[in-house]
Design a protein around this ligand. Structure first.
Ligand code: DOR
Ligand code: ZN
Length: 440
């Protein structure tokens, strides 16, 4: 089977490549890439004029909800949502029921995600940092690593006890496993449901102070520096966290960080009062935070973009604001939000945009992804993105089971059109409406 993606803008940050050219996939592998490829004998030809051809996108922060919460999302609906967003590799969080704290559960997850319905999307599991995610006894990291986990995390249940965190980092360092942390001192956020500021005061809601995040960012960076354990800071949301991460990196601590699309595109003041689709943790902050996060991303202080795709069922979000669970879906809006808010505003170049959404996150968890170099990924993983397509996001037409998005009805410029992974092809409905499409 020979597939030719013809005449697009090839953006491959792993080779610093930004050229108009074609990509040939043969037997599920990248066979050729460049300006002069052999198109003869193609079984399928996709005219990619005006589109970007990129390595499949990589999202290292996704909640798939299985086992235990399949009413929110399943491995299949989550991977389908990923493919629709252009993602061919995702890392999934362990806050399931039971939590992903042992090899048998990792086997289950890897088995489910390799089913044909999963759209060829690779799922890299993140193991629980502590047994049952109770924050007490470290997991068996060697066993988890052998089973295939790419990192260990306490996401959603941030470790409050610094001694336990230090021990976990020492143990993870021994088996060379990155630790990913949701940074929140919960003694400062108890009962709070949004950012602490003017808006929380107006609404009469208890607010989360920025310091609750920053204290943990500082603590975890110091422990990473001390233990030498690779630390990945999840969903950075404040300018203070950025300053601390920059210092930690300057000191030589093995620290990386991510930002979510909602944290660089929305602020707490914009929230329709008590709309639970705007409730997530960390919460939306202020304009100054957004501006700082964007410049930190462009400067490489924040390494990559990750969605924190956190689906919840309608009935769970359809309750008073304070009682609603934290989290919003993100896989199917990440490209639209990023291109609209960063790339088209000139804040990130197209090549850097792809780096932050693919090559760099793959490096952080050492995933075989994020590149168009032939033979560097187990199968060809490619996304085709129309950067100029304007479209309106309708959450009711998404693949994810979760309909909890603050972007419903928003107009974005930039959309994933095609996603190729492991012989599977996702094809957006807008693809067939393209005037220049030739066939396939
Ligand atoms: O918004 C969030 N949702 N933040 C978290 O820490 C957990 C996540 C979830 O699992 O729903
Ligand atoms: Zn999360």
């Amino acid at each position: 089977m020979k597939i030719v993606l013809k005449g697009g803008r090839i953006l491959d940050p792993s080779q610093d490549l930004d050229v108009i050219g074609s990509v040939v996939l043969e037997n599920d592998q990248i066979a050729e890439i460049g300006t002069k490829v052999d198109e003869r004998g193609a079984d399928e030809l996709y005219d990619c004029t005006g589109c970007w051809i990129t390595p499949g996108l990589v999202d290292i922060h996704v909640h798939l909800r299985e086992p235990g919460y399949s009413h929110k999302e399943t491995i299949i609906t989550g991977t389908q949502a990923a493919a629709a967003g252009g993602f061919t590799t995702i890392a999934c969080m362990p806050n399931t029921d039971p939590p992903l704290d042992n090899p048998a559960l990792i086997d289950f997850l890897l088995d489910q995600s390799s089913s044909p319905e999963a759209g060829g999307v690779f799922v890299a599991p993140i193991g629980a940092l502590t047994q049952e995610m109770k924050g007490e006894r470290p997991s068996d990291f060697a066993a988890l690593k052998r089973a295939g986990v790419v990192a260990a995390s306490d996401d959603a249940f941030p470790l409050q006890n610094s001694a336990v965190m230090q021990r976990c980092m020492e143990l993870c360092r021994q088996v060379d496993l990155p630790v990913a942390t949701h940074c929140e001192d919960q003694s400062l956020t108890m009962g709070a449901s949004m950012n602490e500021g003017a808006m929380s005061a107006v609404l009469g809601l208890r607010g989360m102070p920025r310091t609750a995040e920053e204290i943990h960012v500082a603590r975890n960076c110091l422990l990473s520096f001390e233990t030498g354990c690779p630390l990945h800071i999840l969903h950075v949301s404040t300018w203070g966290s950025v300053a601390i991460i920059e210092q930690a990196k300057d000191l030589g601590a093995p620290v990386t960080a991510e930002v979510c699309p909602h944290h660089f595109s929305l602020i707490d003041d914009q929230m329709p009062p008590f709309d639970t689709h705007w409730k997530m943790n960390p919460p939306l902050r202020t304009k100054l935070d957004v501006e700082t996060l964007i410049s930190a991303l462009a400067a490489g202080i924040i390494d990559c973009i990750a969605t924190d795709h956190a689906p919840h069922a309608r009935h769970e979000k359809d309750v008073p604001f304070e009682q609603a669970p934290f989290g919003i879906v993100g896989l199917e809006t990440a490209v639209g939000v990023t291109l609209t808010h960063l790339t088209h505003k000139g804040l990130l170049s197209p090549l850097e945009t792809v780096r932050k959404l693919s090559t760099r996150p793959a490096e952080i968890y050492r995933l075989d992804a994020g590149t168009l170099k032939p033979g560097r990924t187990p199968v060809a993983q490619v996304a085709v993105i129309d950067p100029d397509l304007e479209w309106t996001f309708d959450v009711n037409k998404t693949f994810s089971k979760g309909k909890n998005s603050p972007y419903h009805g928003c107009v974005f410029k930039g959309k994933t059109m095609l996603t190729f992974s492991g012989g599977e092809v996702y094809r957006d409905q807008h693809w067939d409406k393209r005037p220049q499409v030739q066939n396939a």
